[in-house]
Design a protein around this ligand. Sequence first.
Ligand SMILES: Nc1ncnc2c1ncn2[C@@H]1O[C@H](COP(=O)(O)OP(=O)(O)OP(=O)(O)O)[C@@H](O)[C@H]1O
Ligand SMILES: [Mg+2]
Length: 564
Amino acid sequence: MAARPRAQNTAETLADKQREISISEFFTKNRHLLGFDSPAKALLTTIKEAVDNSLDACEEAQLAPRLLVEIRPEADTFKGLDLPSLADQDNASSSKSNGQANGKTNGRKPSRLAPVREERYRVIVEDNGPGIVAAQVPRIFGKLLYGSKFHSLKQSRGQQGIGISAAGMYGQLTTGKPVIIYTRTGAGKPARRVQLILDLKKNEPVILSDEETIWDKDHGTRVEITLTGSYKRGQHSVDTYLEQTAVANPHLHLTYINPKGEQRDYPNATDILPVEAQEIQPHPYGVELGLLARMLKDTSCRNLNSFLKEEFCRVGPKTAELILTAADLPERKNPKRLVQDDVRRLLDAIAVTRIPAPPTDCLSPIGDELVLAGLRSGVAADFYASVTRPAAVYRGNPFQIEVGLAYGGALPGDELARVMRFANRVPLLYQNSACAITKAILTSNWRSYGLQQSRGALPSGPLVVLVHIASVWVPFTSESKEAVAHYPEIIKEIKLGLQEAGRQLQRFIRRRQREKEANQKQSYIQKYIPHIGDALQEILTLDAPAREDVIATLTDTLERSRKF
Ligand SMILES: Nc1ncnc2c1ncn2[C@@H]1O[C@H](COP(=O)(O)OP(=O)(O)OP(=O)(O)O)[C@@H](O)[C@H]1O
Ligand SMILES: [Mg+2]
């Protein structure tokens, strides 16, 4: 039978299909970009977003963080087929989502889908931070791309203004339950309890209830999100994430209750809070044409001289003068009047002017001692080393690398090294192979430090490698913030850090090897000393006590001949 000719599209029929896409519709379809691509990962991501926010908030308010993380199984267990397309569920009704989950959509044959077991959990994260003012609560938790950190260059865990609202959206889509927030901003003020959902078409919050409540905390925030997920142990688990969070945040006091009701406390290893990272202006070397043009349009400065001095870091009167002379632009010119050719000249002038590197007080590394303390508390090894590199710059953004190594002891000797990756003190558990940190480790020559390594592989042996990147803007490869992009400057710094720590490890391995060889030699000689005693007794006709004296003298000489 001849195929029916397909109706041809015209510009008009195609025009009918054009439609605006809301941010939330986009991310419901692409939830993998936000870290919600599997039930186990969704559970981890939700906790990670809430914990990151709590730690940021406590540090911003200079409060020693005390956090509670609880995963409570909900009685209402959901057994579905492979997760339904979230794009179809934009009205957040749980009955609808269950209906779809049972395969009654689009005439698809449910029997062809593999059954997936998912459980329903309530994730609770509570902090003792500064709390959130009532007017901000709805948009923080119910609007994607709303936050306080995107527009500033400051080292923090959050960057994008998408994390916690995305977690709430995932919970709503999979269970239909609202996000519940308790928050209080001070002892003299009432606590509030807010329940809200997201309007996914408009990307706006819908408040279901907002009331005063009694809360035993003077200040802080508690977020409750109900979602379908999967609780697993192992490398990518919530347990690992929290353990590593405690390692990189020794000032954190954490209580964790897992779905089985087992409680684990991670007491803070130090009372000292990290040095508060300062916010900085962009460095001139980091700007691109489009950004410079926008900054010139948006500035409130009246002339180019003050624009350069106020909108950038490291530009003083002298540097501003040098740039403007090189660009052949008058100091008094209004920044808004620059045409594209002027902007290009300004950018070229910046590139040829010597400008000091950005300040580094905007960075708050963990520090040598605390990296070591963290490794010691988490890993039982024989040798520990840590290296903090001086600050460096990628695309005008300052960053700093820290490396920690643990070797020997109870670590398994016949496996590949374990890698712990951190960005602004947040453990990165997924997208290992896409990360600049992994690339730097793989392309370092570990054999020269006395370890085994196959080509293009991790070194093998009883080794843990910790790498932390602290930056005012960590260049992640995606919105889910799981892997660091391959900027050559960043890879170079990580490799230099690994080299420095590797050399310390090499000295330890060599010394241990020498000790082993000397011990072997000693025990070999020791075996023959009594025979030498016997021989001397016979040749020199010594009596028994004299023979014992000879043996004692030889043993003593052997002991003292050890070179270490
Ligand atoms: N527990 C909290 N206490 C105080 N403020 C909070 C808390 N959680 C979130 N906020 C505020 O809400 C904003 C939005 O949080 P959200 O996690 O959505 O984005 P973000 O942290 O800015 O960036 P990212 O998407 O990278 O996580 C934050 O910038 C912060 O100002
Ligand atoms: Mg966040």
